[in-house]
Design a protein around this ligand. Structure first.
Ligand code: UDP
Ligand code: MG
Length: 312
């Protein structure tokens, strides 16, 4: 029987974890696969880990990892996927926003030969208009700026085949934008559509600041277009400046120059200063990434490990 591991990153999810596990188990029991669940406790501060331990104790097909601190969802996912030995893995959020009932549909596509089956939501219920707008703007700029197509309205909820997992395992970059990495590996990918529900309990760990960070992360991981843009803006600004400089010089030579032009001076200084700072910021963004990569630190540390007790 083919094996499937469901990887669940959990950070302060004590409010939903039990009902999540129950719903997930119900779905998995209906599948013609040997399914186990792998929880990754991403350094939670509440009693998420003790709940996970009781789930592991009660269900022999449940395993768990506890990271040594909060490393962020991307690292937690990586830790989970690294530990998967099965023929395929499903990545799903613990907050029940990704309906476990969709897993059979993902599995079906996998058995039809696809390597990455991602779940695309058709409605963003329970999200503000502003969040929808910013999300749409992000996907649009991502599509234009980078060569890696990131499917729209798609979270991390997806199924990965063995070879997709093996490919992903080789991407050890430290600043991870998982959605981009999933799609970068290639192979046969397809989508399954569903309606996304609002969060059942607890609160989202994403605020606009973190989402903004994620957007910069996504763009700088998969595109050097901002660097190119800085070059173009710099070239344009330099061109205009030289032309205007020549004009001022010729004018001064022909007609002399009584002291005037303070506004122009200030405008030019401010404009060029702004452009330079912007370009420096862009360069700094990439330099920072370079710095983080060059330290070659591990992506996460595992503090405790529980393997499923059920025979495979
Ligand atoms: N998560 C995590 N580490 C973090 C933040 C989140 O493992 O630092 C997990 C969280 O427990 C949940 C999933 O990632 O299972 C998605 O988090 P959340 O619901 O906050 O994000 P959203 O659904 O708003 O994208
Ligand atoms: Mg969520």
């Amino acid at each position: 029987m083919p094996q499937l591991t469901v990887v669940v990153p959990a950070y302060n999810e004590s409010a939903v974890l039990r009902s999540f596990h129950e719903r997930l188990r119900k779905v998995l029991d209906g599948l013609p696969l040997a399914c186990d669940v792998l929880y990754v406790d991403d350094g939670s501060h509440d009693d998420t880990w003790s709940i996970i331990e009781s789930l592991v104790a009660a269900d022999p097909r449940t395993g768990a990892l506890k990271l040594s601190r909060n490393f962020g969802k991307e690292a937690a996912l990586t830790a989970g996927l690294d530990a998967v030995l099965a023929d395929a893995a499903v990545v799903i959020d613990a907050d029940l926003q990704d309906p476990p009932e969709l897993i059979p549909a993902l599995v079906e596509q996998w058995q039809a030969g696809y390597d990455v089956v991602y779940a695309t939501r058709s409605a963003r219920e329970g999200e503000s208009g502003f969040k929808r707008l910013t999300a749409a703007a992000f996907y649009r700029s991502m599509e234009r700026l980078s060569d890696t197509m990131i499917p729209r309205d798609t979270g991390d909820f997806r199924l990965l085949s063995r070879r997709a997992l093996d490919a992903l395992r080789q991407l050890r970059e430290r600043q991870r934008f998982m959605k981009g990495l999933f799609s970068w590996i290639g192979y046969r990918q397809t989508a399954v559509h569903y309606q996304r529900e609002p969060r059942q309990a607890g609160t989202t760990k994403w605020n606009y600041w973190r989402l903004g960070q994620l957007a910069i992360e996504g763009i700088t991981s998969f595109s050097t277009a901002p660097l190119r843009l800085a070059t173009w803006v710099g070239l344009a600004a330099a061109g205009v400046s030289f032309a205007y400089g020549a004009f001022v010089l010729v004018k001064a030579l022909l007609y002399g120059d009584p002291v005037r032009g303070y506004p122009t001076l200030i405008l030019v200084v401010l404009f060029l200063g702004g452009v330079q700072l912007l370009a420096l910021g862009v360069i700094g963004e990439y330099l920072g990434r370079n710095y983080a990569e060059s330290k070659q630190r591990p992506l996460y540390f595992i503090e405790e490990r529980r393997t499923p007790r059920a025979p495979r």
